[in-house]
Every structure is written in C-alpha cells, then in structure tokens.
Design a protein around this ligand. Sequence first.
Ligand code: UT7
Length: 333
Amino acid sequence: MTSVRRAKITALGTYVPPRVLSNFDLEKMVDTTNEWILERTGIRERHLVDKGVAASDLAVEAAKICLANRGIDAKEVECIIVGTVTPDMMYPSTACLVQHKLGIPNTWGFDISAGCSGFLFSLTTGAKFIESGQYKKVLVIGADVNSSMIDYKDRATCIIFGDGAGAVLLEPTEDGEQVGIIDHVHQVEGVGGQYLYMPGGGSLHPTSKETVEQNMHVVHQDGQNVFKYAVKKMSEMTVKVLSRNHLTGSDVDCFIAHQANRRIIVATAERLKMPMDKVIINIEKYGNTTAGTIPLAMQTALDEGKLKKGNNVLLAAVGAGFTSGATLLKWAY
Ligand code: UT7
C-alpha cells in the first residue's frame, strides 16, 4: 500500500536575545503604563537585541538548536527558507547569510516576506518541496529583529513588538505514518498595506535626508484597523481549514496562533469554541516577534506538555500585507 508523502516537523529550536525590555522600562520611555499594556495586549516584557545583532544571528542560533535537537549536522540541510521582514540588509537574502554562517556546502534557500504570516508561508513552501519528493531535509526559520524598525516614541506601536526566532526541520513521513502537515489555507489582501507598513528604504522611497526627517524608516501601524481585520480573518481561516477537513474546534488538541495581541487569540479560540487550556499564549514574555511567534509558541507548548505525538495542531497567523493563513497538522514526535 502506498500512502501520501507528507512533510512532518521533526525538530524545533528557538532563540531570543537575552536583553529584556519590560513594561516598566517602557513607562520611562513613552506615555504609557504597565496596566494599560497588560490589559490591552497581554504583554509584560519583550526581548531586544543589542546593537550589531541582526535577524540572521537569531536565525542561526535557533537553527543550531533545532539541528542539535534532531541530532544531525547542518551539512545535511538541502534547503533553507527564512520568513522575515527585518532582513540584515536589502540583499543578499537572510537565507544566504544563514547558509554561510552554518557552513552548509550544498544547499538552496531564499527569504519569504509575509509579515507576521512569514513563518506559516515559509512552512507551507517548505512542505511542498518535501511532498514533491524534491528534498528530504528543509530548514524553515522565522526570524525578526523588530526593534531595528520601531519608533520608540510611538506608544501605540512600540509596546507590542519584540525580537526573536524559531526554526523547524521538515522531513518526509515514512510509509503509512499518520502525522505531518495535513492542509493549509493562505491569502494576501494588499488593500491592507496602508494599515501596517515601513515606507522608507525601498525603490519607491530610497533612503534620503528627507525620508529620515519624515520618519519613513519605522513601522507605521493603524492598530485598530489591523486588530479588527486580524480578529475577523483568523477566525475565517481557522474555520475554513478545519471545516474542509471535516473537523471542528473540539477536534483540535493544541491551537498555536501568531502572538500579536492576547485579545485576538482569545477571540479566535472563543469562535472555535476551544477551551483555553488548549490555546498557547506566551505573548506575556516575548511580545510580538513577527515571524518568530509561532515556533516560540510551539516551544512553550512542548515545555508545558501540550504537544504530543499524534496531536491535532492548528496554526494561524495574520500580518502586514495583509497576509493570513491557517495550517492543520498532526504533531510527529
Ligand atoms: O502582528 C500583526 C500586526 N499587529 C497587530 O495585530 C496589532 C493589532 N492591534 C492591536 O493590538 C491594538 O490595536 C494596539 C495594542 C496596537 C492598540 O490597542 P487599542 O486598544 O486598539 O488602542 P487604540 O489605538 O484604539 O487607542 C485607544 C486609546 C487612545 O487614546 P484616546 O484617543 O482614546 O484618548 C490611545 O491614544 O489608548 C491610547 N493608547 C495608549 N495609552 C496608553 C494607545 N497606546 C497607548 C499606550 N499606553 N501604549
């Protein structure tokens, strides 16, 4: 009997830089309070890099832990996909820098720019290479240094973001093995670009004295519009991927959503009628690390004993673009 070849996650590694910025630290920087941030977002603290540390550095640390957890040498990796919107530089891609830093002699790789959906888009792309039989070991990384493009005078934006990274290894399922990535739904809606963007430094507004003076090299966010879209879309995408696989929220053992705001995750879980003990929330410790949140939350789920072999896991994300997605998988180890 031949069975469908799926991609399964066989190892995970995560990394956040050691420096912590608490809500109390932010109280000294902008007109805000610990109570407001906690109540409106669920965040207590976030980790930030020191000067000179870039997205590829966080990606490499997470990748090394992932590969060590799998017990394989980096040389075995055939493809590296990095989800990031804070690459070290415009080019070369972060994937090239990671390849070089890990010393992998013979691999392919590229970056995916999808905002907070960056990890999910990268995971799906990696899974397709495994399902097609092209590769047997794909490293999928989500890494962002948000602090490099945040205006620490904009109190409505600076409070939610942090820096961090996570990496997973994708490998093919064995014959008859009933685990791995089952299905996914994704969407982009460019009409949302106006609500969350970083305008300066690209080909439309190349860096100049004017772009710096006009504060165009920082994240601009209309929080309320992003929030409303995120609540609507995260529910829509999760319901879609579950229903077309004849499942409901009660069939899900573990819900791991992008961590942008506690209220977005809770609203989605309520819509899916999912008890909160199946919902992973670690935003308190890390804030919104963009492409880093889902692997960081997977690590929290593992640490809390909430991810076991064969579990039905639902992943979901909404981000700048707008981009969105939901992925259904059975945990493999
Ligand atoms: O990762 C994907 C992308 N990002 C997101 O998903 C973020 C989605 N949006 C959000 O999470 C929320 O919109 C924020 C946390 C960013 C903001 O929370 P909010 O409840 O939507 O606040 P708001 O922007 O509607 O502002 C409400 C009030 C305003 O005061 P007035 O005009 O009512 O007097 C703001 O000036 O809260 C004020 N405010 C603050 N007050 C204290 C905004 N930021 C702060 C702050 N501290 N840090």
